[in-house]
Design a protein around this ligand. Structure first.
Ligand SMILES: C[S@@+](CC[C@H](N)C(=O)[O-])C[C@H]1O[C@@H](n2cnc3c(N)ncnc32)[C@H](O)[C@@H]1O
Length: 153
């Protein structure tokens, strides 16, 4: 059973996104325990108009969640692009993972470098809400590939 945590910057998810995330997490339930956590605090709020300060606040907030006994992946449009089979192989190699999704300004380079890998979901830049949705769908697809589930034929 995989244990997967997804961290993103933001307050509570809007209902329409929440419903999609829940559905995708439910699909993966047989294969993985997936937890999502939105993080937001005074430091991020205070830094919202300054890109450097905001990115530093994201890093400081995410750092305590970096796994010392798992694989840490920064989501970054400039990261490595994998097809779904290569992503499934990555999931085969690591059963405990943490994914970090940046805020409006993206992630600090030093934070990205502190992770085990930077992953791009597409060369297109998406909102963090859409990136989370694509990640959850690809997690279900990757887990389906590993477990021969008919979702990925
Ligand atoms: C609005 S985007 C940040 C945009 C910022 N200018 C950048 O280039 O990273 C918010 C977050 O969503 C995630 N994201 C957006 N598009 C992505 C993509 N194509 N691949 C991977 N992650 C993406 C990243 O974690 C990013 O930090």
């Amino acid at each position: 059973m995989h244990r997967i945590a997804i961290y993103s910057i933001g307050k509570k998810d809007e209902k329409c996104y929440e419903a999609i995330y829940e559905d995708l997490i439910k699909n993966s339930k047989k294969f993985a325990l997936i937890e999502t956590k939105n993080v937001f605090n005074k430091k991020i709020n205070a830094a919202q108009s300054d890109a450097q300060k905001a990115m530093k606040a994201y890093s400081d907030t995410f750092k305590p969640f970096i796994l010392s006994d798992g694989f840490n992946i920064a989501l970054d449009p400039e990261g490595k692009c994998l097809d779904s089979f290569a992503f499934a192989n990555l999931l085969k190699e690591h059963t405990k993972l943490a994914f970090f999704i940046g805020g409006a300004y993206g992630l600090e380079r030093s934070f990205v470098q502190s992770c085990d890998m930077a992953l791009s979901l597409s060369p297109l830049t998406m909102s963090h809400k859409i990136a989370k949705m694509v990640l959850l769908e690809q997690l279900f697809r990757g887990l389906s590939i590993i477990h021969n589930h008919p979702y990925h034929k």
